[in-house]
Design a protein around this ligand. Sequence first.
Ligand SMILES: Nc1ncnc2c1ncn2[C@@H]1O[C@H](COP(=O)(O)OP(=O)(O)OP(=O)(O)O)[C@@H](O)[C@H]1O
Length: 578
Amino acid sequence: MSRLQKALFLSDKGYADLKKAIFACTLTNLAMLLPFCVTVMIFSEILTPFVNGGSIQWNHIWMLWGAGIVSAILVFLAAKNDYRKTYIASYKESNTTRLRIAEHLRKLPMNFFNTKDLSELTTNMMADCSSMESLLSSTIPPLIANGITVTLTCILLAFFDWRLALCVFITVPIAFLIIWLSRNHQKKLFEKQVDAKLVASDQVQEYLEGMKIIKSCGLSGSHFSALDKALLAMKKIAIKVEMAVGVFMSSASMILQAGIGITIFVGAILLTQGQIELLPLLMFLLMVTRIYGPILAILANLSSLLNLNVVTSRMRTLLTTPAMDGEGKTVPNCDIELSHVTFAYNQEDVIKDVSCKIPQGSVTALVGPSGSGKSTISKLIARFWDVQQGKITVGGKDIKSMEPESLMSYMSFVFQDVTLFNDTVMNNIRLGNPNATDDQVIAAAKAAYCDEFVREMPDGYQTVLGENGSTLSGGERQRISIARALLKNAPIILLDEATASLDPENEVLVQKAIAKLVEGKTVIMIAHRLRTVVDADQILVLDNGRLAEYGTHDELMKKNGLYHKLFHIQQESLGWAV
Ligand SMILES: Nc1ncnc2c1ncn2[C@@H]1O[C@H](COP(=O)(O)OP(=O)(O)OP(=O)(O)O)[C@@H](O)[C@H]1O
């Protein structure tokens, strides 16, 4: 893999396309020299009689006109090919990169998402990929193509008159030096700009997410000062970047174009000394006016390329973060065992030396005070995170050795916060099993008591739910998630007491749906209300990350420990109901 391919995170196809784009762009640049050469030749035909005497050769001029038309057609064809090869290929490649990032994200452990927020990842996938897109389409191919064209023109001019050619290019190294020396300053500013954009998009997202609070507390936009500040900072740094780039580019451009003056001056001396004739000198000067455009384009593209690292560093961090690996294993049964499991999200252990067995086909309830680690245990069993000490096995196999996807095929979740996608009801339920037919989806929806409310929607199962299904009630969302789980028909069900915040009518429907879902399955249930767990086969009582006690409801009540205490507190609070 070449350094450029590595630096730009290009796929093999993307790199091959980039090489084709550079070639196509070079062809266009060379083709564009043709009409110019024809113009110079026509000019020379017209001027020759004035300088050397004689008459204008009209047949030559008409032939050159014909050549001009042919060269214009060639330019058109080359530009069309160039456009196809550069822009279309770069859009394809950035699409591939976005999919690659999405695919990689899916395989990353959840602790990666603890350190990144949503807007940073969105920026990674959208803005950084767009910057790469523009590097691939409008920076790298023109940079290399212009480099080749300028070198060829330089050789041509040197053949014509090496002394004048030297005058033309004498300012080029100085212009390059200015851009090169300014690179650190530009890079720092560019980094600040990228950070400011990130902070601003973070603030915009927070502002939109907090709209309910902003409205309910009567806060106007200007009161949301963090957003104000972030947008102002972004504006300021954008102006600074433009000013800095503008100053360096115009200085480089000014020094570069001083080469025309030097060439005219030296040309005039050579003319007076009789070392060059007037007509060749005029032709030379005409060609010189064309050379600085591509060199300036190289300088502009070079400064974008020098900031390549800033654009790619976040993408590099993301794509080089090791994914959760493992083999696509099958397990002989669904017995789950935790042995001496210890886990910390950051520094402090939140699960401490927990060991327990969850036999296949049993119902296990996880209970304990808030923050005791119930959700964490269920997420560790699903391998959202890897444990730091001890191990978790399913069917005797360490889940660390199992590919997350194959482990996930044994599990279904029903959590309180249901995620729905901006898609039809049918497709939202089908997520449980992408291969399910419409009839199977509808059967699962019926079993989860969704059918009735779905049919009342404007387009029934084809109704688009909108952003996270905001038009549905909590109970309806829950039932859709149960329909998904029913469709998946996984042998292990993880339930986060799903009915906690529902009204009685919805609670009955959801409970009935859950009863169908858990039939004959291995169930792990996070319970906040202890009256819902009295029939569980075993209850694991967690206290500050430790397994304080376990047993059936009756056994635990007899122990007179934490469970007994929590149960009584809840019974009493039920009596307080207003
Ligand atoms: N993503 C996270 N990053 C860092 N700390 C976390 C994260 N999720 C949970 N914690 C911390 O881990 C501890 C256990 O949290 P967990 O959610 O597992 O408890 P819980 O018993 O399910 O709580 P609750 O009943 O309130 O839902 C808590 O101290 C919590 O603050």
